[in-house]
Design a protein around this ligand. Structure first.
Ligand code: FES
Ligand code: FES
Length: 169
């Protein structure tokens, strides 16, 4: 990455959920703050702000990443996917989102966007995960409400449904 002036604002351009976006950011601005405050994409949540809770997880070029550990200027030219991009249509949830709904896998919902973004990528890479693998993956996300059992049930259900049928269009 070229050397950046620490206080100057820089133009940052990337693709957000398939649409080109741009805005200005100081080099220190976090991706989460850029998404929420510059672009108004508030689906991505901010919890601990130091990489522990997973609430801020987005996908950068298809790979889950902590938005609170990523600078906005680092994603210049990347493809960013957030929870707003999961549903295949405005009135239709993705298979994973629908499994969360049916299994009541959220209460306050604060952790949910990050969980969904990690699970979406995980199930793409590992279509038939073991329960142990899912538990291990979910250990990277903190939920203070659910006790995790319904989240695990939703993840297993979604994995089964995705393995059986066509993926989300
Ligand atoms: S807000 Fe990023 S990991 Fe907690
Ligand atoms: S549903 Fe409240 S923190 Fe997870």
């Amino acid at each position: 990455m070229p050397r950046l002036n620490a206080t100057a604002r820089h133009l940052v351009r990337f693709t957000l959920n398939g649409r080109p976006v741009q805005g200005e950011a100081e080099p220190r601005l976090l991706l989460t703050d850029f998404l929420r405050h510059v672009l108004g994409a508030t689906g991505t949540h901010v919890g601990c702000e130091h990489g522990v809770c997973g609430a801020c997880t987005v996908q950068v070029d298809g790979v889950p990443a902590r938005g609170c550990l990523t600078l906005a200027v680092q994603v210049e030219g990347c493809e960013i996917r957030t929870v707003e991009g999961l549903a295949p249509e405005p009135a239709r949830l993705s298979v994973l989102q629908d499994a969360f709904r049916r299994h009541h896998a959220l209460q306050c919902g604060f952790c949910t966007a990050g969980m969904l973004m990690s699970l979406d990528a995980f199930l793409r890479d590992q279509p038939r995960p073991t329960e142990a693998a899912l538990r291990d993956m979910l250990s990277g996300h903190l939920c203070r409400c659910t006790g995790y059992a319904p989240i695990l049930a939703a993840a297993l259900d979604a994995a089964e449904r995705l393995a059986e049928g066509p993926p989300d269009a």
